[in-house]
Design a protein around this ligand. Structure first.
Ligand code: BGC
Length: 721
């Protein structure tokens, strides 16, 4: 509790006046300055360092020259100077960024960090484009679009003087009650990897550094500072790490943020198996690891030895570090490794070649606002669309009038946590719909004297669900959700509307599933809009009136009842993450979702035919899968083809099926195209705990292709040799 209160104070400080005195125990940390240069040159020879293929792949610039420059510096930097490079400058922000100082003597420029996941951090004190939250972007299933979002966010960060984007968040959505559900992309490992890689590539294409977070197993908010997550080795390897590996090996992410929680008894920042052995060893990560903020560093020598390179946002736990190296408790080579990684990142991204500058004209540009709208309309998921008088309730006909009720006038763009963004203007559902239709705004609830206005409208649009007070990052936001249920007042409102009007369209907002059982059968249409960002109102109008045929697909399972999911324990000091969650859990238990993972209706219908597979399931091989998709409707629409794999007769317990590929096609009405998917044979392996190795079992694998996890249309079985 004390910790929580101090954090609130610190974040208030971070956002506010720099001169406000901080929590006494931390105040002097903010006085910490770059260490003075030595009077006499040192006699010190660091361990030799030979750049490898991984070092060169990490570095967009001349890796060999940079490594030689760092080696030279390591010879003469003092221990104090080295440690000064290994922590943030102060508890609060400096000139609107989280500053890590450099070293003038060697021309090391330092780092300037800002969150994040849905745009330029509000903590910068500046406005920026509020993109839809990551979960809604995940619903686009479109990595190419996400790459553009990453690049746009990077440009806005750069325009605010930052060079590190503290994003993407790629923690597994293990349960929809997780307060930061909105910040990540998915419940599924393959999908998370694809979207995370795309965001990182977008950021880094602009010569900024991405910082993927929170490594690892950070999927609960309320106990995030205390909880120990117990995970067996197979589950860790197969469910909680693969997307981080892809961030490192496929996207060459510049930095990794460790989580607050501990994993199997060791804090994430002191977790040698995770940091030193897997991340830096097996995966060959060449960048630096920074702690999560304030209480994310749990020791000095112990953390550094385990693989933490940078304490953020200031030196607190790292205070004994200089003494520990001097006394021999920690060998200086550990500092050398950390400094090399931190400076490598600075030089490989050319931060020494540019001066951070401020350019408000690069933020909330017309192009970025248009992108925010495009992403929102691509992500909104149509969950239900029943007929009214023989015609689907949606799309609405041009000229249709609307009675709007609920959260329609709320600029509902996400939580109040570290990912929060302040836009100059948010287009609400009310504003977006009013731009294309006659809208009667009935406000938050329905009064009796409004029944006439309600009945006079062609359609009723009810915006319901969650707001920042219901869910978000803990400590600075609302934390985990108390329930999966829809707020009672919203259920009552929707039911009242349904009893009065024949065309009730419900738009559910929130970071993930909110139960709809209490009214689903009574309304004509339901959509999930996540937190749709600053252009969300326009996107909602685009979808409702058919300017865009809905194409979003759920990146999470939408259950009928909470009891169908694994338990969500956000009070215990120790929790277990087991092998199954999301659709893997539902499938295993034979529980039907209300709306399955991958689900989303369109205004078109699609037919699948001619599944063809070329290639073999040899280790390291790539299967090419083709399927012909026809748009049987009249409206042009985007279809997302999903491929799930089942291991038949495996020697170890497996999920009934796993998403292993997806691809998209935009088809005009009546058009047919061949969609190509690629499946990596290595993604069919399991982690053999005894052998400490990935194993591709010589068994049969069923590949099933379809629209979602429960609508699989074509199947083929292949044997692995
Ligand atoms: C969050 C991180 C964030 C950091 C800096 C922490 O509370 O967990 O995701 O990057 O603050 O704002």
């Amino acid at each position: 509790m004390l910790r929580a209160l101090s954090l609130v104070l610190l974040f208030a400080l971070a956002c506010g006046d720099d001169d406000t005195p901080a929590d006494a125990s931390l105040a002097d940390a903010s006085l910490d300055a770059t260490a003075d240069a030595p009077d006499a040159p040192r006699e010190y020879e660091p361990e030799p360092f030979e750049p490898t293929g991984a070092t060169r792949a990490y570095c967009p610039r001349d890796a060999d020259a940079i490594e030689a420059r760092i080696t030279e510096a390591l010879r003469s930097l003092t221990i104090e100077e080295k440690v000064a490079l290994m922590h943030g400058a102060r508890v609060g922000l400096t000139d609107g960024v989280w500053l890590v100082r450099g070293n003038e003597r060697f021309g090391f420029p330092g780092l300037r960090m800002l969150d994040g996941p849905r745009g330029l951090s509000a903590m910068s004190g500046k406005t920026g484009t509020a993109f839809p939250v990551a979960m809604l972007r995940g619903a686009t299933w479109d990595p190419e679009l996400e790459r553009r979002v990453g690049a746009a966010i990077a440009r806005e960060h750069r325009s605010a003087g930052a060079d590190v984007v503290l994003a993407p968040t790629i923690n597994v959505l293990r349960h929809p009650r997780w307060g930061r559900a909105q910040e990540t992309y998915s419940e599924d490992v393959h999908h998370l990897g694809a979207m995370g890689v795309a965001f990182i590539e977008g950021v880094q294409s602009e010569d900024l550094l991405a910082s993927v977070k929170h490594y690892a197993a950070n999927s609960i908010e309320d106990t995030r500072h205390e909880v120990d997550v117990q995970i067996d080795e197979r589950t860790l390897r197969e469910v909680y790490l693969p997307h981080f590996r892809r961030a490192v090996q496929d996207a060459r992410v510049a930095s990794v943020m460790s989580a607050y929680n501990s994993i199997n008894g060791a804090w994430a920042d002191q977790n040698e198996p995770l940091l030193r052995d897997i991340l830096k060893g097996e995966w060959g990560f060449q960048g630096f690891v920074e702690s999560d903020w304030i209480w994310g560093t749990h020791g000095s020598a112990t953390s550094v030895r385990a693989g933490l390179d940078l304490e953020m946002p200031s030196r607190v736990a790292f205070r004994p570090l200089i003494g520990e190296v001097r006394s021999g408790a920690l060998e200086e080579r550990y500092l050398d490794d950390a400094v090399r990684r931190i400076v490598r990142a600075q030089l490989c991204y050319g931060l020494d070649e540019r001066t951070p500058s401020e350019d408000p004209s690069a933020r909330e540009t017309e192009a970025h606002r248009a992108l925010a709208r495009e992403v929102a309309r691509r992500g909104i998921v149509l969950l239900r669309n029943e007929e009214v008088d023989g015609v689907a309730a949606l799309p609405l006909a041009a000229g249709a009038s609307i009675a709007l009720v609920g959260l329609g006038d709320v600029p509902n763009i996400g939580d109040d946590g570290s990912s929060s963004v302040r836009a100059r203007h948010v287009v609400t559902a009310l504003e977006g719909l009013s731009a294309v239709a006659t809208v009667t705004d009935l406000g938050r609830s329905l009064e009796e004297d409004e029944h006439g206005a309600l009945l006079a409208a062609d359609a009723v649009v009810a915006v319901v669900g969650l707001v920042a007070e219901d869910e978000g990052e803990a400590t600075i936001g609302a934390g985990d959700r108390a329930t999966l249920a829809m707020p009672e007042a919203h259920v009552a409102l929707v039911r009242a509307l349904a009893s009065l009007h024949e065309r009730v369209i419900v738009i559910v907002e929130g970071g993930a599933a909110v139960l709809v059982e209490d009214f689903e059968a009574e309304v004509e249409a339901i959509l999930w809009a996540g937190y749709p960002g600053q252009a969300g109102g326009h996107a909602i109008a685009d979808v409702l009136f058919g300017a865009h045929a809905p194409s979003g697909r759920l990146p999470f399972s939408w259950p009928r009842r909470e009891a169908d999911l694994p338990p969500f324990d956000n009070t215990s000091a120790v929790v277990t993450y087991d092998f199954l969650h999301g659709y893997r859990h539902l499938d295993h238990h034979g529980a039907a979702a209300r709306y399955p993972f991958g689900f989303g209706r369109s205004y078109a219908t699609f037919a699948y035919a001619n599944l063809r597979v070329t290639g073999t399931l040899d280790a390291g091989a790539m299967l090419e899968v083709e399927v012909d998709v026809t748009n049987e409707g009249e409206t042009a629409a985007v279809e997302t083809v999903q491929l799930y794999v089942s291991a038949l007769g495996s020697a170890v317990p497996r999920a009934p099926r796993d998403l292993r590929a997806f691809a998209q096609v935009e088809l005009a009405g009546g058009a047919t195209e061949t969609v190509r998917l690629r499946v990596e044979a290595d993604e069919l392996r399991y982690w053999d705990v005894g052998a400490s190795a990935w194993v591709l079992e010589p068994i049969d694998y069923e590949l099933a292709v379809g629209r979602d996890a429960a609508d699989l249309r074509l199947r083929v079985t292949l044997s692995a040799p």
